[in-house]
Ligand binder design. Structure first.
Ligand code: ACO
Length: 427
């Protein structure tokens, strides 16, 4: 095995190199502090691998994302969200029997405890559904007190279908409550995505027809959101889970991390930005200029990524999908035209070229969610539903791993040197 060498104060430290199954090598620095009393520092962790993982592979330079080895575009075209969830969580494509057993578990676990419905009454109708989603998911832990041990595979197996199934119900109920409509209970004869659409848009007083094109698009969108290795929310789920916090608590934390506009919250911000351009009849070039001006505090939402330094492979699929879906539904969306114009201008601009800033997953996803009929403040919730199998897979993988240790980074202290306490009357 090759080694790296580090020279500090005339001392040579040999460090092992860890090689992945695809491209990618890492210098194992884990023993440096114990042996030499020195740490490494890497704010934002751009150069730090936090774990070894077999869930997803990203090649940011070439724009590749594979789940368990399967390319994302193949899964988006050929799989369903439930099948892809199984793949991510259990590591292989399910057989027909495995898939039907997994589906059955999701079907059987879609209801919420009736008492949970009262929780919604405590939120103002203006509450952001991401806050509700996170608290409700965390609250689920109260209903399974005997199944919260992360090291017990039976407990974990009990909770996986529950959280994956109930997240849809929690999300749809939050929406119904916010608009004052009665909640629509899950329907066991509908598949995962159709069931969600029914809970979101059916009303008891009339029949709701579910458009199969919309269900297909929703499946693909959720698949494309299902994992992206050690992103901010997944790392949060792993970090919280590393203290042996239960699955619900760990995922609730991941939902909060996803909410931020630099992460999953960008899908809502992109559509708000496009709407702002349209409502104010703005020249797209003005906005691009503003995004380049560091003093403006404005960034082009849906552009740039920590890892993808070429076109985000998810954005590529979603862009085509949004166009196809609108055509199939015989609709147009002026925001799609603005988005395409914005993309064309940004991709020819030196500022974006030099920094390798391309559209990310969030740039076109909001437009597709609009076409499906999802309200703006629910966009990031959709992302959270999609990301659920990835969070579960990483949490499970971490607990099954032999190098699972509590996540606890260090720091370089830059505060005051030691000093004596001063009584208040002498300050
Ligand atoms: N608009 C304008 N400039 C940008 C943008 C953008 N969207 N993104 C990055 N930059 C610039 C930065 O100002 C910086 O310029 P500098 O080198 O002159 O200082 C350079 O590009 C590198 O940016 P960083 O912030 O260092 O990159 P980082 O990897 O830390 O951030 C992030 C990545 C947060 C995604 C960033 O690109 C961003 O804020 N994008 C907009 C928000 C967004 O779309 N988030 C969703 C990401 S996908 C996801 O999480 C699901």
């Amino acid at each position: 095995m090759s080694k790296a060498e580090l020279h500090i104060d005339g001392k040579k430290i040999e460090l092992p190199i860890v090689e992945g199954s695809e491209e990618g090598k890492a210098i194992d620095i884990s023993g440096i502090h114990a042996r030499n009393g020195i740490i490494t520092i890497d704010p934002g962790y751009s150069n730090t691998g936090s774990c070894k993982s077999a869930v997803a592979y990203v090649d940011g330079e070439r724009g590749i994302l594979n789940y368990r080895g399967y390319p994302i575009d193949q899964l988006a075209r050929k799989s369903t969200f439930v099948e892809t969830s199984f793949l991510l969580i259990y590591g292989h494509l399910p057989t027909a029997d495995e898939l039907s057993a997994f589906r059955e578990k999701l079907v059987k676990n879609s209801l919420l405890h009736e008492d949970m419905l009262h929780f919604y009454d405590g939120y103002p109708t203006t509450a952001h559904p991401m806050g509700i989603l996170s608290s409700m998911v965390c609250s689920l832990s109260s209903y399974y007190p005997d199944f919260l041990d992360p090291s017990n595979p039976e407990h974990v197996e009990c909770l996986i279908p529950r959280v994956l199934s109930k997240i849809r119900t929690i999300a749809a109920f939050a929406y119904k409550k916010s608009i004052g409509q009665p909640v629509i209970y899950p329907c066991n004869s509908l598949d995962y995505c159709a069931n969600f659409m029914n809970m979101m848009f059916a009303v008891p007083s009339e029949k709701y027809d579910i458009d199969p094109e919309i269900v297909k698009a929703l499946n693909a969108l959720l698949i494309l959101h299902a994992d992206n290795e050690q992103n901010c929310s997944t790392s949060t789920v792993r970090m919280v889970g590393s203290s042996d916090a239960n699955l619900f608590a760990s995922i609730a934390a991941g939902i909060c991390a996803l909410w931020g506009p630099k992460h999953g919250g960008a899908n809502q911000k992109v559509v708000e930005m496009l709407q702002y351009i349209k409502d104010n009849n703005l020249n797209v070039k003005t906005l691009v200029a503003q995004a380049k001006d560091k003093n403006s505090g404005f960034r082009l939402m849906g552009f740039g990524h920590r890892v993808y330094k070429s076109y985000d492979p998810r954005a590529k699929v979603i862009k085509d999908m949004s166009r196809d879906l609108l055509a199939k539904l015989n609709r147009s969306d002026p925001l799609l035209d603005i988005a395409q114009e914005l993309e064309a201008i940004a991709l020819e601009d030196d500022y974006f070229i030099e920094r390798k800033l391309y559209p990310n997953v969030d740039f076109y996803s909001g437009i597709t969610y609009r076409a499906i009929g999802i309200p703006l403040n629910m966009f990031t919730v959709m992302f959270a539903i999609g990301r659920m199998p990835g969070w579960i897979a990483h949490w499970k993988e971490m607990h099954e791993s032999s190098d699972n240790r509590i996540g606890r980074p260090r720091q370089v202290y830059t505060g005051s040197r030691v000093r004596d306490f001063v009584p208040i009357e002498q300050r």
